[in-house]
Structures are given as structure tokens and as C-alpha cells.
Design a protein around this ligand. Structure first.
Ligand SMILES: [Zn+2]
Length: 606
């Protein structure tokens, strides 16, 4: 890193003679930067001064010197490029921490790396804590970041034969006292070690549990692999997942608070290392609010959270006085979340017309309170419940955010929003269309007219373009991730990651991947040449704004976050390269030199 630190004494002495007596001493001054402030009134600067966690000066090196006192820390950025701290609009925080601190086997398809990953987690976890999850072989069907011909739907005939299959002997020697229950990415095969099998009562001589086939060697000894009893039957594959869950659910204790705190710190460290200073937390478990409070009070919080409970809790939120604007500098509230359709990954997003590759399906309506795909028994009941709760929460000045992926799901919500406005009146409500992945021309236009926030995750473009046209055809794909037209319509385009992703695909916290996707519209491997529907590209300046100020706006926080402006929180990032001048293809490789939150360095590259 090029930055050098020094105490402010000497420089302060030097500048004392001409510094204004009234200028406030800063806690920290960063100088000699190439600072992109995302503040229209003052877009470029050389220096930032901060005091008590807030920005007190943005401007030239010479002017900044007036804020250097005897105790001021001065950091020479050596010309490095600086932006506001990035603000992720959509993080599944619990899952992100668990994956980062726990087991990740998505890219594992061989014994050596399988054993190494289990051993790694074994050394980190407290004694007795179960090692679970993993999702091995996710990338065996298609290379990460590549243009896959086949897409991600697995041929059912390949279920058992063609994938890596771990067994308990690979890990039993070092996991005698630690139960392990890992799964393949498609949840069609599980693998338990001896400790876990024993607790579940699966041993030599015992019959197979209900709905689960136990693989055994020629002596009848379980190998650890747990299959679906009906070979190759795709419809019954749901069962092995459910049956394994049922069998083990009472055996696997919930993560301890200590474990959750360790996961939380791991996630925050990761955020700091990629320049994220704020995020919207999509976790439903309220225990995280409690953990945030504990960490905040101890002064150990290093990223700022905006927490978003499910819509059906709006009344208890209102009872606590929660509405738009509620919270402090670290933990904020004011929004609820709901769901209305499925996802593209398994073709359950809801469309006006059938899927191109599956003419018998238009996707599903999803129960509004379930983040997993669960079709309601009666979609009309579900929709009227959504609308009733949405109208009530909106009237209580609680912000609405609703997951919508397919064009009909997005269109339905636009219709609903029109009715909410008719009922509760015009107001600055910043309705957040979560994902807003595929929209019709008409809905893009309406979105702008109603000043919606498009809570999009641009890396989905890089990931999904590999199979999007095969699923929904060329014409509908024109409305997929249509960031340019959304932006121009007047909608507020806000960026985030959707970390940690699905069982089949990682969505990384790193904002550079999202900026790269929005500006190039290419896969990670750089395809296609010129970008996918290149007319929907944003400029890098717009993309940075979408990942900073627009996400702050999306949370009614534009007065405290999102730009390097006097009075706002001193959250900013020093990058390895100048995003405004670098070749866009290289944005994905830009790294973070330092991350400042409230004027304190929470990360510095080695
Ligand atoms: Zn999500």
C-alpha cells in the first residue's frame, strides 16, 4: 500500500501561521487522494477531514491542513482513488457469516479438497458444534463464471454416477467427537460421518430410516452417503431433503450465540476487506438485532446495518415506534420485506407467458412470508393478504420492499402500488422492488413514474445471462436487468450483492463484481464481446452512485450516508485503481487498500 501515516504535529506547526483560528481540529485527515465524492455539488477533492466519526471537511490539501492539530492523524494517500463506502442493498447476513466462517464446498469435487475444507472448519469450530451444509459439486455442472451451454438443471440420470461422492472414512479419523452432515448442492445426496450416523441411529444392522436409502459396503457398514430411495425420480428428490431434515432436525442444536458472533465478525471483516461500510440485512432471525446491539455497545461494530423484518411483523414494529428514519448511526430500521414469486435459478419466477424451455410453466406465486419457494394454496388469498398488510404498513410510514423476479410478478406489484397510492395518497414512500429482474417496457416506465427503487444486484446479470435466453427467449431478455432504461425512466437504481447466493451459485460481497457487471454486462470470463444487451450498460459514475448514494436514498439515509459530504458519516474506501479511468474489463480485479468507517480504518491491505 502506498499510504503513509504520520502524526500531525510537524505539518500542523508548519501550517499554523495561516490556518484559520476557528477551524476545528480533525481526528483524522486523509490527503493527496483522488477523491470521487458522489456529491454533485463537489464531485472531486484531494482531502477529507473527520471528527467524531463525521466528515467536517472535503476539499483541497491546503484547506484540509487547517484541520490538522497536534493530535490529528494524517494519512498521505499518495494519489490513491477514494470513493464513499459501498452500501449493499441486499445481504442475507446470517447465511453470509455462516458460509464464510463455516463450510463451503461449492467448488469442491475431490477427496483432497473435501478433507482439507472439513479439517479447516473443524479447527475453527467450538468442540461439539456440528459441521453442516457445504453444497459440494455445485461447479461440477458448469464452471464458475463461464458460459455454460447446459445451464444448471441436472440430468436426473446423472444423480449418483457422475458426481464426486464423499464417504465417512475420509474424515472420521479427525471428527470422532464432531458430527458432520454435509450435502451435495442439489440436496439429493447427503453424507454423514460416524458421529452423526450414530446419533441418528444409523449403524450396521439397523434398518434404513423412513424415506432415506443408506449406502452400505459389502459388510453392511454405512458409508455415510444418504440417498433418495427412489432412484432417479426427480419428483421424489424433495423427499430425501425433507427426510434428512426431519431425521436430524432434533439432533442438530441451533448455533450458539458465540458461534453467531464469530460468524458475524467474519462477515464484517470480509465486508471491510471489499469496501462495504453499510448493508441491508435480509436475515429474518431477530437474534441478529440483539447481537448488533451487543457489538455496537462494545464498540466492535465495523459495518452499519439496516434490518428488514418480514411484512407480517409490521404491527409489532409500529408498536416499538419503528417507521422510516428509525435507528442510530449503526443499526437502522423502517422497512419490511415480503415475497411474491420464485427465482430464475430454478425457473420458478412468475411470467405473463410460459417459459421458453418449459411451455407448461409460467412459474409460481410464492407465499408472501416465505423466503423459500412455497406456493400458496390459493394465490388470490395470498395476494389479498399481501395487499392488506402492505396498505396497513404503508399507512404507518413503514417502507415496503417486495421480492419480484418475473415480469408478471413485477407487473403485479406495480398494479398494487398504484392501488396503495390511490388509497393512502401520494407520498415519498420509495417502494423497493426487490431484484426487479425482468420487467416489461410498460412496467419500467410505470416504475419511474411512481419513483420506485429498483433494488437490483448487478452481478446476477453476469451470472444469469449464461442461460437467460434459453429460459425466456430473446425478446423477454431485453427487459432483464434493464438498468439503463430503469435509470432513465426515473426509477432509483440501487445496487447490492444478494450474498451469499444460492446452493448453486455464489454471490460475492465484493462490490467490484457488481460494478463490473453493470458497466460491461459480461460474464466473469469476459463474454460476450461487447456485453449482453449492451444498450442497458450504466456508466461507471452511475454504477458507483447506485452502490453508494442510491442505496442510501433507498433507505432514507441520504443525509447521513452515500457520499463524501460535510456532515455525513466518515465512511470511505481507498482503492487500488482509479475506477473512472481503468479499462472497464479490469474493474472486477480492483482491490481495496483501506476502508474507513466513522473515520477509523477498519481494514488496511497488507
Ligand atoms: Zn436475496
Amino acid at each position: 500500500m502506498k499510504m503513509t501515516h504520520k502524526a500531525g504535529g510537524l505539518l500542523a506547526f508548519f501550517t499554523l501561521t495561516f490556518s484559520a483560528a476557528s477551524a476545528q481540529d480533525a481526528d483524522i485527515v486523509v490527503t493527496n487522494g483522488t477523491i470521487w465524492t458522489v456529491d454533485e455539488d463537489n464531485p472531486r477533492a484531494e482531502a477529507i477531514a473527520s471528527r467524531n466519526g463525521r466528515i467536517i471537511f472535503v476539499g483541497s490539501n491546503a484547506e484540509a491542513a487547517k484541520h490538522i492539530g497536534a493530535a490529528t492523524e494524517v494519512v498521505d494517500l499518495g494519489g490513491a482513488f477514494v470513493t464513499p463506502g459501498f452500501y449493499d442493498n441486499h445481504v442475507h447476513f446470517e447465511g453470509t457469516g455462516r458460509l464464510l466462517y463455516g463450510l463451503n464446498l461449492l467448488d469442491v469435487s475431490d477427496e483432497t479438497s473435501f478433507v482439507a475444507r472439513i479439517r479447516d472448519v473443524d479447527q475453527r469450530y467450538a468442540p461439539g458444534t456440528w459441521i453442516v451444509g457445504g453444497d459440494w459439486s455445485a461447479y461440477e455442472t458448469w464452471a464458475e463464471g463461464d458460459v455454460a451451454e447446459a445451464g444448471r438443471e441436472v440430468n436426473p440420470d446423472d444423480l449418483y454416477g457422475n458426481f464426486f461422492l464423499p464417504n465417512k472414512r475420509m474424515i472420521d479419523s479427525f471428527t470422532e467427537d464432531r458430527p458432520v452432515l454435509v450435502r451435495r448442492f442439489d440436496r439429493k445426496v447427503y453424507m454423514a460421518n460416524s458421529a452423526a450416523l450414530e446419533l441418528a441411529g444409523i449403524t450396521r444392522g439397523t434398518p434404513d430410516p423412513e424415506g432415506i436409502a443408506v449406502e452400505r459396503d459389502d459388510r453392511g457398514e454405512p458409508t455415510g452417503a444418504l440417498f433418495n430411495p427412489v432412484s432417479g425420480a426427480v419428483e421424489s428428490t424433495v423427499l430425501v431433503r425433507d427426510n434428512v431434515r426431519t431425521l436430524f432436525s432434533d439432533l442438530i442444536p441451533a448455533p450458539s450465540r458465540e458461534q453467531r458472533i464469530a460468524e458475524t465478525k467474519e462477515a464484517w471483516n470480509k465486508m471491510s476487506s471489499v469496501g462495504l461500510t453499510s448493508y441491508c440485512d435480509i436475515t429474518s432471525n431477530p437474534i441478529y438485532v440483539d447481537i448488533y446491539r451487543e457489538m455496537r455497545d462494545k464498540g466492535e461494530m465495523t459495518a452499519r446495518a439496516r434490518y428488514r423484518p418480514p411484512l407480517d411483523r409490521w404491527e409489532s414494529m409500529a408498536d416499538l415506534g419503528i417507521k422510516v428514519g428509525f435507528g442510530d448511526d449503526w443499526i437502522r430500521f423502517g422497512a419490511t420485506k415480503a415475497w411474491i414469486d420464485g427465482i430464475m435459478g430454478n425457473s420458478s419466477a412468475r411470467f405473463y407467458e410460459p417459459y421458453t424451455h418449459n411451455p407448461s410453466s409460467r412459474g409460481i406465486w410464492r407465499d408472501i412470508m416465505f423466503p423459500f419457494e412455497r406456493s400458496p394454496n390459493n394465490p388470490e388469498d395470498m395476494q389479498s393478504r399481501l395487499e392488506r398488510l402492505a396498505i396497513e404498513a404503508d399507512a404507518a410510514n413503514i417502507q415496503l420492499t417486495v421480492h419480484a423476479i418475473g415480469d408478471e410478478a413485477n407487473g403485479y406489484l406495480m398494479d398494487m402500488l398504484e392501488r396503495i397510492i390511490a388509497k393512502n395518497g401520494d407520498r415519498d414512500r420509495r417502494f423497493r422492488l426487490v431484484h426487479a429482474q425482468v420487467m416489461t417496457d410498460r412496467d419500467i416506465k410505470r416504475g419511474g413514474e411512481m419513483n420506485i427503487v429498483a433494488e437490483v444486484q448487478p452481478f446476477h446479470t453476469s451470472d444469469d445471462m449464461r442461460w437467460m435466453e434459453e429460459r425466456i427467449g430473446r425478446d423477454r431478455s431485453r427487459g432483464a436487468y434493464a438498468f439503463r432504461r430503469l435509470w432513465d425512466s426515473g426509477a432509483v437504481v440501487s445496487f447490492g450483492s444478494d450474498s451469499p447466493g444460492t446452493n448453486a451459485s455464489r454471490y460475492y460481497l465484493n462490490p467490484m463484481l457488481g460494478l463490473y457487471a453493470a458497466v460491461t454486462r459480461k460474464t466473469l470470463s469476459g463474454q460476450p464481446e461487447g456485453g449482453w444487451f449492451p444498450q442497458e450498460k450504466l456508466t461507471i459514475e452511475e454504477a458507483i452512485k447506485a452502490y453508494t448514494l442510491n442505496t442510501a436514498y433507498a433507505g432514507f439515509e441520504e443525509d447521513m450516508k452515500g457520499s463524501i459530504t460535510v456532515g455525513k458519516l466518515a465512511d470511505f474506501v481507498v482503492l487500488s485503481d482509479n475506477l473512472l479511468t481503468i479499462n472497464p474489463d479490469q474493474i472486477k480485479d480492483v482491490t481495496v487498500d483501506a476502508t474507513y468507517v466513522g473515520g477509523k480504518a477498519v481494514y488496511e491491505a497488507q
